[in-house]
Design a protein. Sequence first.
Length: 72
Amino acid sequence: MEQQKIVLFNTWGDMKCMFLEKFFPASRTTTIRKEICGIKQHHGETLHEYWERFNKLCATCPHHQINEQLLI
């Protein structure tokens, strides 16, 4: 039987960092940040549709750390 590695965390921040390192490698975060910064409204897309698409993209990387003023 395969043994499981037990990982203990001292703080919520430690757990968050390990989670992000495992599921959001720096390359993935960088790619999503570029997509967020470069998003444009498509021809024929309503403002509401664009806003929904933008919010979904931001939700895929909640730790994007892009300043709110830059997002607007």
